[in-house]
Write a new protein. Sequence first.
Length: 253
Amino acid sequence: MVSTVKVDVVAPRVATGTTTLGVSGDKLLVPSGVTLTNSGTLSGFPGFDDVAKFTATGTYTVPSGIGKLVVFITGGGGGGAGGDNTTGKPGSGGLGATTVIARVSVVPADTITVAIGAAGAAGAEGGVGGDGGNSTFTHTSGSGSGSMSTITAPGGKGGKFWASPATPAAGTVGANNEGISILGGYGGGTTTTGEVQAGASFWGGGGLQAQTSVHASIAGQAYGSGGGSGNNTTSYVVGAVGAVGVCFIMEFK
């Protein structure tokens, strides 16, 4: 038999008291169609809490009440190769960096070192672009320091000059974590008037190849994306730098 109590307000006996619904082990059922409205401060419930973002190397300390993190970390984008006015050959754009998305178990006050991968350097005339730096997320003290390996998101490879492109590198999620590795895109290049896009990352598109006699190569636009390549005319042969990496941390209670 189901009993129904119909009241408008349930309150403690004293103004500073606490109303307890059930005892440890009980389950409270919210039927389908019921709407719960929070008009005050809700605490003690698990769920999403806040975010932190790193675009430069730094230290992250797990806040009070946080037990899980979802980490999005991306390496630096590769630099675009230079073109060559003598041979009339353009280079290729830098590759987009790899992004690792992982779930990490933590304890409040754990200390984590976040290293952000640098952008790959621009290629000079007839030269290759520089590789983007790796981004890493590592427990340095606390509950995870002895059990969790470093999460690594490799940087994008630099663009090539008239050669086979490099291959994007897979990332690692670290022991005792769950995650996936998302490879960056290849950097484009063309022998025509240009404006081919460099390698994209998880966060968006890369820079553009220089357009003959119109504009120079354009750097990577989204975090971890590749820089555009140079073309084959004197003023536009130099490639462009990639974009720096990033680490985006979602905190859960």
